[in-house]
Design a protein around this ligand. Structure first.
Ligand SMILES: [Zn+2]
Ligand SMILES: [Zn+2]
Length: 268
């Protein structure tokens, strides 16, 4: 049967291509729902537990911009430095599958919600690993600056949401398949007219921790400065509009003690 084109679409990807079974990874879907999360809760776009002695981060990229509130005129506004916006706060207790650096149990993600085309970047993010008890013991920053009119793009602003984490099995997109699996199966799925008819994949779409990125463009895994290929840390997608982009993907290296991180994004 080698070389035959299986009937498509496959009811079950693993039945068609058994090698997928070896690629399964656990992911934690965060399932954000608009709400009123507290500062000691995991949240998307909610208040974050911030140390009193650490200044709130600002973005001072020279060319970040957004449209004004009058969309008929579509006037570009280019503000100066603007406060970053809380995007995600995750406590270790809510995402047991997430590997934290030694002694850390709180992950925070903020970004500048303006548009940054000069970096070919949708947003300019910053990621922090913290220890909850240490932050609380040192006192909290009470005045977290909010962005004002013209200091954010609505597509990049999350609605404050509580999270209901749930684990699921996640599989890679065809863009992330190991070369040997691709080389085995692509010829079998090739169409007489050219190209190949890959079956629908079982990649989990959503804001999630771990698992596989839902690349809509060629896979682009970053390496850390020590040369380790980073792991997929989390994806932010959909729940925020993100313009017409697929997602923002964060990666970290758990082989290095401080878990250096990097990020990628892609657009349709
Ligand atoms: Zn900015
Ligand atoms: Zn590393």
């Amino acid at each position: 049967m080698t070389g035959a084109i299986p009937e498509l679409p496959a009811k079950d990807l693993l039945t068609l291509i058994p090698e997928y079974a070896g690629l399964v990874r656990d992911t934690t879907l965060l399932n954000p729902e608009p709400g009123d999360p507290g500062v000691r809760e995991s949240s998307l776009g909610g208040p974050v537990l911030w140390p009193a002695d650490e200044p709130w981060p600002y973005c001072a990229e020279e060319d970040h911009w957004t449209f004004g509130s009058d969309w008929r005129n579509r006037t570009e506004i280019v503000p100066g430095a603007v406060p970053m916006t809380p995007i995600l706060q995750l406590f270790a207790r809510d995402v047991p599958g997430l590997k934290f650096p030694e002694g850390k149990d709180l992950l925070q993600l903020v970004w500048c919600a303006l548009i940054h085309e000069q970096d070919e970047g949708l947003v300019v993010p910053k990621l922090y690993w913290r220890n909850e008890a240490e932050v609380v013991a040192g006192g909290l920053l009470t005045e977290i600056p909010a962005v004002g009119e013209g200091e954010y793009d609505p597509d990049n602003m999350p609605v404050p949401s509580t999270l209901s984490p749930a684990t699921a099995e996640d599989y890679p997109r065809w863009r992330d398949l190991p070369k040997d699996i691709w080389d085995t199966w692509e010829p079998r799925l090739r169409l007489p007219s050219g190209g190949s008819m890959w079956p629908p994949d079982s990649n989990v779409i959503g804001t999630k921790v771990g698992g596989w990125p839902a690349w809509t463009q060629p896979a682009d895994w970053p390496d850390c400065a020590s040369g380790h290929r980073m792991e997929h840390l989390l994806t932010i997608t959909g729940d925020i509009q993100l313009g017409d982009c697929g997602g923002v993907y964060f990666f970290h290296c758990s082989q290095c003690p401080d878990h250096p991180w990097d990020w990628r994004f892609d657009c349709h």
